[in-house]
Design a protein around this ligand. Structure first.
Ligand SMILES: [Zn+2]
Length: 446
């Protein structure tokens, strides 16, 4: 590989492109993909016609606002209709080389098809993120993500293309994974934040000190918000003696669409592939960059199934100012899933805010469970935590302290804080942890 390993950029020209140039190219690609979608995907033809818009209406990036939104439901309703790939697909099946499918945890699984070119560009983007966090050809990398159907599985090819030595770990039982970390001494691992935490704890219990006995220098996390919550990231970093980088992916687009740089101040998003809009969560009105709302993505270069104005369901904001690292591609800050947000006394509460408080608090394990329930026709929340075995305080005192910390951070205090002994909560899992239980049975959707 001829790439200079001392360069901090995978593709310097692209990553540091002046925004004016970047946006000019975005407009070119947007015009092309909207026309391609209209000409080839039956759904877009129909929905654009119904909305009275034509591809030629796109003269500036802002003109995209005139076009209708799509969401997960659009994908579900159109897949399999008319053809195997459905009405959002814009290429014949023979041009498709790969599909990933979502877990289906919130409904019928949706598939995401890639042409050969889509897939190659996906992997080049993954190489870019790996390079951005400091991976180089002399690194040993363990990809500890699910390989079955999941779009994050193939990301390992991006690391291989970069030249790193790759170990396809998948979802091995933790004993096996720890054996690999100890025996092969890899330098970088990617897993979920909750699993990174639990694996570190399991290592300690097995007599392995992650800081001394292992060689992990960087941990990539994705799939949950933890990597972007400072307190959680610091806790994992302290446990491992490694630096934690957050990645953000969408099964509908790429395994990772955005990634931390060394400044950990938002995640750089591949704006050459994704046009980001932020819209009001209630009205859909387009907001200015920097304002918080639902993130809406338009894929600029994926031809198998272009996504035009896809409502991601994630609440966040984009910062388009130049980062200290020199990159010009915007940085997204995600607050949480729209579906996870709940409203207590007119305050928007995200589970990630509660997590930040719990992880910062001394004398408790950092494990937690949130229950959302309804009382007197209004939503309330309760938090369950675990105290450390060596914490001398009584449960009542701990509960009062945590309750006050939550009130200070979020603005509304929990209806109750339940304190369990260490290990009393069943939240330690090998995969994504279920930490929010919604016991309401009213229609509270927003
Ligand atoms: Zn940066």
């Amino acid at each position: 590989m001829s790439r200079d390993i001392n360069s901090k950029f995978w593709d310097e020209k692209l990553e540091t492109q002046p925004r004016e140039e970047l946006e000019k190219k975005q407009l070119e690609d947007l015009k092309e993909i909207v026309k391609f979608a209209y000409d080839n995907a039956p759904y877009y033809k129909r929905s654009f016609d119904e909305a009275g818009v034509k591809p030629e209406d796109i003269k500036t990036l802002k003109d995209l606002e005139k076009f209708p939104f799509i969401n997960k439901k659009t994908q579900r309703d159109t897949q399999g209709v008319g053809s195997f790939l459905g009405e959002l697909a814009a290429v014949p099946e023979e041009d498709v080389v790969f599909i990933s499918t979502s877990s289906g945890s919130t409904g019928v699984p949706t598939m995401s098809p890639f042409t050969k070119k889509d897939f190659d560009e996906f992997q080049d983007t993954e190489s870019r993120w790996f390079w951005q966090v400091g991976m180089r050809p002399n690194d040993r990398y363990v990809h500890a993500l699910n390989f079955s159907l999941y779009v994050g599985g193939p990301d390992v090819i991006g690391a291989q293309n970069l030249g790193a030595l790759c170990i396809w770990g998948g979802t091995l039982p933790s004993e096996r994974l720890l054996f690999i970390l100890k025996t092969y001494q890899p330098t970088i691992i990617w897993t979920s934040p909750s699993y990174a935490w639990q694996l570190g704890e399991k290592a300690l219990k097995a007599g392995i000190d992650p800081k001394k006995d292992l060689n992990i220098k960087k941990i990539i996390v994705a799939g949950e918000l933890g990597g972007s919550i400072d307190a959680t990231r610091k806790a994992i970093e302290d446990l491992w003696g490694a630096e934690v980088y957050d990645f953000y992916g969408l099964s509908d687009i790429f395994g990772a669409c955005a990634a931390h740089c060394e400044y950990h101040d938002g995640l750089h998003i591949a704006e050459n592939h994704i046009l980001v809009e932020t819209v009001d969560i209630h009205t859909g009105e387009v907001l200015e960059p920097g304002q918080t709302g639902e993130l809406v993505f338009t894929t600029l270069r994926k031809h198998a199934r272009p996504l035009i104005r896809f409502k991601t369901g994630d609440i966040g904001r984009i910062d388009t100012t130049k980062c200290k690292c020199g990159r010009t591609h915007g940085r997204i800050h995600i607050l949480g899933r729209k579906d996870d947000m709940f409203i207590v006394s007119a305050v928007n509460v995200f589970p990630s805010d509660i997590e930040a408080v719990i992880r910062e608090h001394k004398g408790i394990t950092g494990e937690y469970l949130i229950r959302i329930f309804e009382k007197d026709f209004t939503s309330k929340y309760a938090v369950e935590i675990e105290k450390n075995a060596d914490n001398p305080k009584d449960d009542e005192t701990i509960a009062a302290e945590v309750s006050a910390a939550l009130k200070a951070r979020i603005g509304v205090k929990p209806a109750r804080v339940v304190v369990h002994p260490d290990g009393g909560l069943n939240t330690r899992s090998e995969h994504k942890s279920k930490r929010v239980i919604d016991e309401r049975n009213i229609d509270y959707s927003i």
